[in-house]
Write a new protein. Structure first.
Length: 163
């Protein structure tokens, strides 16, 4: 299914475990509650996709485009999101524990109540990211960019930027 065009497709609840969707166009697709555990979505276009409650644990989304995507309550634990563009995505209550977000664009992302415990955020862009009640315990925040432009940093758990 690599490179497939599935723009606006309804894949709600689909079992796509370990599917190869690299470079696929899934923009505006409904993947709510879908099982994408261990799937390869490197470079995929998921702009504006609905992924609420989807299981993306261990998935490879390196360099994927998730701008404006709805990932409320999604499981992304141990996923690879290196260099992914999540600008404006909604990740409220999402499980991002031990996820690799190094170099990711998290500008304007809603992370309220998300679990980022042990996540790798090295070099990620936090411009305008909302960290209200996000748990960043043991997260690697070395070289995070635009941290001064992040919102509700004082309400995040386990987060201590060095002065």
């Amino acid at each position: 299914m690599r490179g497939t065009k599935l723009t606006g497709a309804n894949l709600s609840g689909a079992n796509l475990r370990r599917a190869d969707l690299g470079g696929a166009n899934l923009s505006q697709a409904n993947l709510g509650g879908a099982n994408l555990r261990g799937a390869f979505l490197g470079g995929a276009d998921l702009i504006g996709a609905y992924l609420s409650q989807a299981n993306l644990g261990g998935a490879n989304l390196r360099g994927a485009f998730l701008g404006g995507a709805d990932l409320i309550g999604a499981s992304l634990s141990k996923a690879n999101l290196i260099g992914a563009d999540l600008s404006g995505a909604n990740l409220r209550g999402a499980d991002l524990a031990r996820t690799n977000l190094s170099g990711a664009n998290l500008s304007g992302v809603h992370l309220g109540g998300a679990d980022l415990g042990g996540a790798d955020l090295r070099g990620a862009d936090l411009s305008g990211a909302d960290l209200d009640q996000a748990d960043l315990t043991d997260a690697n925040i070395t070289g995070v960019r635009n941290r001064e432009k992040a919102k509700n940093v004082d309400k995040a758990k386990g987060l201590q930027f060095e002065q």
